[in-house]
Design a protein around this ligand. Structure first.
Ligand code: EPU
Length: 421
């Protein structure tokens, strides 16, 4: 089992490059199988979710070559195979195989997805979309069996704004006869990225990035090369870490507009932020004001940055309230922050954080990806050494985290511990 050790108290200083977006990558990789030819994806993050998704496609018969940040996916020889178990269970985003295989083969058998445990994560809106397009779904022994003699475009209103359902329906609707209209669609930048790839492969998608997306079905797709957008959540995590350590960090290779909600909230706390074309410079200050945060679908404050923010808010003057309207139970990191000296109470879907509580290093566990990010930030802020287990969660989504933080002056290291029986 691997552990991360962080000796807190160093101000982060310098510049770092942000990698491609995890949540785009895990949708673009399955989207590539709609073309029975080679699709090349550039700017992929170096994370385990990307490697595992490549392995899943190989198990399905695709040729996958991952070379640094570039993945070549040739699914010419791919055949319909059931995937009820195995690696699909490790990844939440394996649900995109449902839409992609339905589009490619008219059929899919996929195990119910795994991923971070953030409380209930239903996929009823994905299912509603597939059924509206003409698919028949049954649930057998932990796997979804999906079949359609033909897919026919239609109007689909999403009852909840869902990133996954919007993308999954787009994937299947690309191959439907006629036009599909998704209403109340999610507007996240990753959805625009997926639509950009699909259009480059020959699809006809209009309106991605707004709440109404129109998809005209096409018969076939062709090869293309696509570069993934920067990871706004990775960038946001480093912005919060820079502020939390009173540092001065320039975060390069980003789209500042994707981070507007975070920039606004950090400025409200008194963090100084300078904006350049494709970079943000975050200058930490000595004192911060408490703030309230409510997570919302994009362009609202992202749920994925809520946990890292709770760590930072332990240093603010006054009481902050962080409310997660997307995942009401996404507060598993709080007990660990409390062990580090924080005063936080979870009340319903909110965390109430009493500020100005110094943190100190203890043993903690990353229970999910962004909980891990929160604990890394708390470790950087804390006095003494923080020992973090559950590192595999962090490796799922952060490209070369230690390397980047060490280059900014953090004192941290990784140890592989052989557990005695
Ligand atoms: N929801 C439903 N029914 C559905 C789908 C979603 O009720 O059929 C609910 C969810 O329970 C949640 C809300 O709708 O309350 C939004 O969920 P969404 O479908 O947008 O989430 P997701 O697509 O499963 C993606 C990201 C998450 C991120 C959320 C919200 C990927 C692979 N995952 O999940 O990322 O938190 O959108 O922005 O894109 C992370 O990166 O740490 C992460 C968990």
């Amino acid at each position: 089992m691997e552990k991360l050790f962080i000796k807190g108290g160093q101000k982060l200083q310098g510049r770092i490059q942000i990698n491609g977006a995890k949540n785009s990558a895990v949708a673009l990789i399955p989207a590539a199988i709609l073309a029975a030819s080679e699709v090349i994806l550039d700017n992929l993050p170096d994370i385990s979710d990307v490697r595992v998704y490549g392995e899943i496609l190989e198990e399905l018969g695709a040729k996958v070559a991952l070379d640094g940040e570039t993945m070549r996916i040739d699914s010419t020889e791919m055949r319909l195979r059931p995937m009820p178990n195995g690696k699909v269970k490790q990844l939440r985003a394996s649900y995109y195989l449902m839409g992609a295989m339905l589009g490619r083969f008219g059929k899919a058998i996929i195990g119910m997805p795994g991923g971070c445990n953030l409380g209930p994560r239903p996929i009823d809106q994905h299912i509603k979309g597939f059924e509206a397009l003409g698919a028949v779904l049954t649930h057998e022994q932990g796997a979804l069996h999906i079949q359609a003699d033909k897919l026919v475009g239609t109007k689909i209103y999403l009852d909840v704004v869902s990133v996954g359902a919007t993308i999954n329906i787009m994937l299947a609707a690309c191959r439907a006869q006629g036009t599909t209209v998704i209403e109340n669609a999610a507007k996240e930048p990753e959805i625009i990225d997926v639509a950009t790839l699909l259009n480059a492969m020959g699809a006809s998608i209009k309106g991605a990035g707004t709440d109404v997306i129109r998809i005209k079905g096409v018969d076939s797709f062709h090869s293309c090369r696509h570069s993934i957008i920067p990871d706004r959540i990775e960038a946001g995590t480093y912005m919060i870490a820079a502020a939390a350590t009173g540092g001065d960090v320039t975060i390069d290779n980003i789209i500042p507009r994707h981070l507007e909600s975070l920039t606004a909230k950090l400025r409200e706390m008194n963090v100084e932020i300078e904006e350049e074309d494709d970079a943000l410079r975050v200058k930490g200050q000595n004192g911060y004001r408490a703030i309230d945060i409510k997570t919302l679908p994009y362009p609202g404050f992202p749920t994925d940055l809520q946990q890292p923010m709770t760590a930072l808010l332990t240093a603010a003057e006054g009481t902050s309230i962080v409310t997660d309207n997307i995942y009401h139970a996404r507060f598993k990191h709080v007990d660990h922050l409390i062990n580090m000296g924080a005063k936080v109470k979870v009340e319903g879907r909110s965390a109430v954080i009493e500020g100005r509580t110094p943190l100190y290093g203890v043993r903690v566990t990353a229970t999910d990806l962004r909980a891990g990010a929160a604990l890394v930030i708390a470790g950087l802020m804390g006095d003494g050494v923080t020992e973090i287990s559950g590192v595999s969660h962090i490796d799922r989504g952060y490209s070369r985290l230690e390397e980047k933080l060490i280059s900014l002056g953090a004192q941290m290291w990784r140890e592989r511990k052989i557990e005695s029986a």
